[in-house]
Design a protein around this ligand. Structure first.
Ligand SMILES: Cc1cc2nc3c(=O)[nH]c(=O)nc-3n(C[C@H](O)[C@H](O)[C@H](O)COP(=O)(O)OP(=O)(O)OC[C@H]3O[C@@H](n4cnc5c(N)ncnc54)[C@H](O)[C@@H]3O)c2cc1C
Length: 463
């Protein structure tokens, strides 16, 4: 809402939402602002339990290798802390029994390592690091109701906050406000109240559903592998399952379905869904393992990307990050890593020097930031979109280049069953370490085309 004569507190940044994107933004802003305040609707406890504002925390959360690299730079020693707390290191080629497109991926020592842990555990460690910074504070159980702005609406000057206990409302002023409230972000509505148009949106309705439960982990459950993932062959198969190690010697077992084919919450239905996967391995683990939690379900109807970079007018002192900017299909595990890359982009924008090596004025931070993050978001968005539209009843952009890329990827998937070099590069691309175009370049593309001829023989060979 606009308030006449709204004032901004100099060098105070306000971040709305203390989940992954908000915490990472706060970490970066602490290097550039005298004071940073996070405002979070939930109560934040010291224990690593899922919380109401992040319901997806009950489901598997892969941290891509690129995300882990960025987090290690932002928080030196974080990886060691996570490992000490029980996170499980996984060689992304050697330790995973990975069934996709009708065959198991080849296993080999790759030195590409990922960390497996629950989402609340990872968020809890990041939160601890961020809140230990001297100039960062957090108001929890406080809900932001809207933004404050100068009377002409050109500059955001703060937020209106309701304390969830007293229900009292206060105003908090800052020179930068960052919306990190997730996919339900009210920014389009708040901007409309300041007489700005709504941003253009790209939407892909993949209609994903998850059902997850934790189990006691025994080393022998996966015959020496540390992680099992079973993915469908589109367009006829829609169901997937994953058995992922997390802290506390537990498995997080998630079943999922796309195009509206969702796993149920009841135990017999959950087991039947696991049995209906292309191979029986997930059901085999479920049959033996001891459950430690209830089954939780989550529906994710569509991915949405809000194109703030296209807006001709945008208020000064306001940014949008994380799922509030772009909420990805969770199946590809990109959301947290993209939030980390956005935090890096924000840092870069705040450090960038203009002509004559003079620092840029903060007044044009928004356009520079949205341009930069648009290119950060673009590749993962297109990677996910091209996979989603393999399902005919999923609405999304279908182009010739997508069709050719998908034809090629089908060949490539076959070759990843027996060619370590091809599988290694595929892992790097889906972990956002290399761009998708790297899969198309020779000599890799020649290996893919030659290798696809021998793929049939290796199909269904179990490692
Ligand atoms: C089922 C599922 C599985 C996923 N799996 C993966 C995965 O494997 N890997 C991966 O990288 N990503 C995954 N994601 C995505 C990932 O959860 C998000 O990308 C990541 O959490 C970053 O989101 P965020 O911080 O922007 O928003 P969120 O995590 O949604 O957090 C928003 C925060 O804002 C707070 N908030 C909201 N409104 C207000 C308000 N008005 N005032 C104050 N506070 C407010 C909320 O309480 C919450 O804390 C998955 C998502 C889903 C749904």
């Amino acid at each position: 809402m606009g308030i006449p004569g709204g004032r901004a507190e100099a060098s105070h940044a306000i971040v709305i939402g203390a989940s992954i994107a908000g915490l990472l933004a706060a970490r970066v802003l602490s290097d550039h602002f005298a004071k940073v305040t996070l405002i979070e609707r939930d109560r934040l406890s010291a224990s690593w339990e899922p919380r109401k504002g992040v319901p997806q925390g009950c489901h598997i959360h892969a941290l891509l290798a690129r995300g882990e690299q960025v987090l290690s730079r932002l928080f030196p020693g974080l990886t060691a802390d996570l490992l000490a707390g029980g996170a499980v290191p996984v060689d992304l080629a050697n330790d995973i029994r990975w069934y996709q497109f009708g065959s198991f991926k080849v296993r080999f020592p790759s030195s590409l390592v990922g960390l497996c842990q629950s989402r609340p555990f990872l968020e809890g460690h990041i939160r601890h690091r961020v809140l230990s910074l001297k100039n960062v504070g957090c108001r929890s159980e406080a809900e932001v109701l809207g933004v404050l702005a100068t009377s002409d609406g050109r500059r955001v000057t703060g937020v209106r906050v309701r304390d969830r206990h007293s229900a009292g409302e206060t105003c908090l002023y800052g020179s930068l406000v960052v919306d990190a409230t997730g996919r339900g972000s009210a920014s389009p509505k708040w901007l409309q109240r300041l007489a700005y148009p709504r941003p253009r949106e790209s939407v892909i309705a993949a209609k994903v559903g998850y059902a997850s439960r934790t189990y006691r982990r025994r080393i022998e459950d996966l015959n020496g592998a540390k992680l099992l993932v079973v993915l469908p062959t589109p367009p006829h198969e829609t169901r997937m399952g994953a058995v992922v190690p997390i802290e506390g010697d537990r498995w997080m077992i998630s079943l999922g379905g796309v195009a509206g084919d969702h796993p149920p919450k009841d135990e017999p239905g959950f087991l039947a869904f696991a049995r209906s996967l292309p191979i029986a391995d997930v059901a085999d683990v479920l049959r033996r393992a001891e459950p430690l939690s209830a089954i939780t379900v989550h529906k994710f109807p569509w991915s949405v990307r809000r194109h703030y970079e296209d807006m001709e007018r945008f208020p000064e002192g306001y940014l949008i990050v994380g799922d509030a900017l772009c909420s990805f299909n969770p199946v590809y595990g990109q959301g947290m890593t993209v939030s980390a890359l956005e935090a890096e982009a924000l840092d870069c924008c705040l450090r960038e020097k203009g002509p004559g090596l003079r620092p840029y004025s903060r007044s044009d931070l928004g356009p520079r930031f949205f341009r930069k993050v648009s290119s950060v978001v673009d590749l993962p968005w297109r990677l996910a979109a091209s996979a989603d539209v393999r399902y005919p009843n999923v609405d999304g952009p279908r182009t010739w280049s997508t069709a050719i890329f998908n034809w090629y990827l089908t060949k490539l998937h076959g070759v990843t069953a027996h060619d370590p070099a091809v599988h290694r590069q595929f892992i790097k691309v889906i972990n956002l370490m290399d761009p998708p175009v790297s899969l198309l370049l020779p000599p890799l593309s020649l290996r893919v085309l030659q290798g696809s001829l021998v793929h049939r023989e290796s199909q269904h060979r179990r490692p």
